[in-house]
Design a protein around this ligand. Sequence first.
Ligand code: MN
Ligand code: MN
Length: 283
Amino acid sequence: MPYSLLRPAALAALVLLAAACSKKDVTPTGDDRNDNLLLGNPSGAVASPNSPTNYLLVRSQYAVGYHRDQGKPTWVSWHLDPADLGSAPRQDDFRADTDLPSGWYQVKATDYVGSGFDRGHNCPSADRTATVADNSATFLMSNMMPQAPNNNQQTWGNLEDYCRTLVRAGNELYVICGSYGRGGTGSAGYQTTIAGGKVTVPAHCWKVVVVLPVGNDDVSRVTSSTRIIAVNTPNDNGLSSAWGSYRTSVDAIEAAAGLDLLSALPTSVQSVVEARTDSGPTN
Ligand code: MN
Ligand code: MN
């Protein structure tokens, strides 16, 4: 094809492509709504009953790296965008997760009672209010960790509120959180386990939040200047309610928890964003 004919055709194609892109870019929910593992599987968890200490549990609402012998997640990962925030009421239907492989202990709704620790959501109830089913899924006990009440209700709660503030301001988030270590101090003192040893009380609860303006092709939009908030809190009822004072780097959490976070990002991006400690606003 002569150049004089090729050029108008190419220009027309570019114009069409640009129109398609700009139309997509204003889609309010982005294109990865249910891709809760888009930024990686932090522990290489697998959905096999032969992987009891690193078991992958995928729901449309969130993904879990579950530890059968600790009776709690190692991590939970989810995507949060404006479409996730609706009007479904809090269901409060805490219950055993019958989707775990047969023969595994299913932590019961009553297993934390009297322990001095809250049933602390990993993926929060208030992040899943688009439908009743979405909200109810957050109350499965496989999404809970024994969390000191002041951590759950104040420090952690304030950070969760701030995440939703970011979403209401036009962002979408990738959130990965979890817990590690053994032994925490709740309202009834120090414990290493509860429920007769079936549930480990973690020493630390951590969270990593990747903040992007709502849009598409999210992996490719994370750059060395993307805001990433990493927080690591002691599971101790005497902690501060100011979550910002517990900010750290992703690298520090990876080293402490033995995980590779954000592994779907190019290593050149990981090496920069994971070394940084956020100093942005906290409310
Ligand atoms: Mn790293
Ligand atoms: Mn990493």
